[in-house]
Design a protein around this ligand. Sequence first.
Ligand SMILES: [Cu+2]
Length: 369
Amino acid sequence: MNDIFFKPNVFARVVAVLFLILLAALLFEYFFDPRSRIPEPGHAESNIITLTTATVPYMPPHEHTLGGDSIFDLGHGFYTKSSTLTIDRDEWVTGVQLVIANAPKAVLHHLNVYIIDGTPNPVCPGFPRKEMISLGQDTPDGFDIATPYGIFLKKGTEIQVNAMFHNAHPPEGPGGTYKNVSAGIKLRVVQNDPTRTVPLEFYRLIIDEPPHCIKGEEVGVFTVPAHTIGFTKTSDEITDIGHAQFTFQEPGVISVMGAHMHPLEGGREVDVFLNGKQIESYIPKHSSTNEWDWVTHSTFTFIHVNAGDKLTMSVKYDNPTDEPILDAMGMVGFYFSPEPDFQSSVESLIHALGLSKTPGVPISDSQAD
Ligand SMILES: [Cu+2]
């Protein structure tokens, strides 16, 4: 045994060095790969895509007199975004989770995930980014998508997260000064899943005045006059009605749907109508004993629509104060999947889940049957 390699202490050193190299490679992958993939237990091919905005280093609170200021005022909102992520293989998104670091959720105004492919936004053509996910201060933190649906991300798709924080003193927000604040999303994804066959497209209807789409602005707002209770604005009462309504070009299914308004400024209700008939009502509720914590629950509706059907909305505010509310918002977000062979796919879904067959009847109602 003259071979130096087989001397015990040399062998142990070689093994130790190889182990350290492997460890360093794993740590490098984990900490420096911007797209951290975390395998999900129980699903061999499942994993998580995380996309996080740049941090806002210093976020002081500001006074927010009801109706007295606007989200467009300097220093009112903190805007931040992520780098662009290029999807490196075909993925189906099956779940979405909001993540906020170093601040309470109440200081997030909204987080949007955009698909950057040059396609104009279907509801807001002046805004050249398609939306994939939109979460707000008053929406749930995330949602799961049932089979056969999923958000399909084709290999090469570029996505980006944009977020706006709004840090108001009580009672409109928790107040406090926050450091290194970021927002992001975790997307649960699967590949080559034969149960995911129907891609979801996201749409967002917005009531605003004057219109923001034409100017390419991200946010649309309207004014609620002073001393008005039950002030209601509907899709056809605004200048650019095109982005507050949607006419379906092909048959399909609306699945996840939700709304955004400003409950802490007097937002009371957002209603959704299909061909003039009300199909959903979103009423914000306090989600804690804090005055600023509200949630407006999303719904899983599975509403069948035909080509030519029209979706419209309305939003209601109470403003008992002496000042107008300058930055009231009213929005509806929903996922639609065109399904030319709708009947066969819905039959299989009905069969699988034991649901109501009546078009327009939400699952939550039909399950009670
Ligand atoms: Cu808003």
